[in-house]
Design a protein. Structure first.
Length: 212
């Protein structure tokens, strides 16, 4: 079956694929994912390396001023709104959830600045829930491979969940991201070195960026 071959090929190509965001606690992952909107994981890690040495949990972030936190995260996009959301989210976690990151989608998505994708990442990575976060890489790669045809991330998410076994969702999510970052990039896909070339409906559609 073509799907099984794709999954095996990705697993072989990206053994141990996991989130590249650095964190020590569920709350720190939540903050890192919130910061990652319109910002690379590398940039987020540079910010949180210092940020998390100064402020550890929601009890610390809840005490910060928006201006103060904004100044610490200003090297990432949308830093003012992210600062406000992180502080508001920290206060809600302390006031309503006993200082713990909630483990269900409804409560997560009620937090300021936490959308469906962010909630799904937390549910997948921290709580091992069989969800499929769909970012730009997952959206692009799954469609290029002909696995999905949805017009938006939610449609693609549902299509993938209907195709993939629950125990494979988390790992495949990270494999698709890795493949999208390293090979199947948005503007310059490296089809000539793609391990999935024989399984791709658009096989070899772009040789312009291949050597020789």
């Amino acid at each position: 079956m073509r799907l099984r071959k794709i999954i095996k090929t990705l697993a072989d190509a990206y053994p141990g694929a996991a989130t590249e965001l650095k964190y020590k606690t569920p709350f720190q992952l939540l903050v890192a994912v919130m910061l990652s909107a319109q910002c690379t994981d590398q940039r987020v890690n540079m910010i949180t390396e210092k940020l998390f040495t100064r402020h550890h949990g929601p009890e610390d972030f809840a005490m910060l001023s928006e201006e103060g936190l904004a100044s610490e995260i200003k090297s990432c996009g949308l830093y003012r709104s992210k600062s406000r959301h992180i502080i508001e989210t920290s206060r809600i976690i302390m006031g309503r959830h006993g200082g713990q990151v909630p483990g269900n989608r409804l409560d997560l998505e009620r937090l300021p600045g936490v959308g469906r994708k962010t909630a799904s990442v937390v549910l997948s990575v921290i709580f091992n829930e069989p969800v499929m976060p769909v970012d730009t890489h997952v959206f692009r790669v799954s469609k290029r491979l002909g696995l999905t045809s949805g017009k938006n991330p939610v449609e693609v998410e549902h299509e993938l969940l209907n195709l993939i076994a629950p125990e494979e969702t988390g790992y495949l999510h990270h494999c698709l991201i890795a493949h999208g970052r390293k090979i199947c990039t948005a503007r310059k896909p490296r089809c000539c070195v793609c391990p999935l070339i024989s399984l791709c409906p658009r096989k070899g559609f772009d040789h312009a960026h291949c050597p020789g």
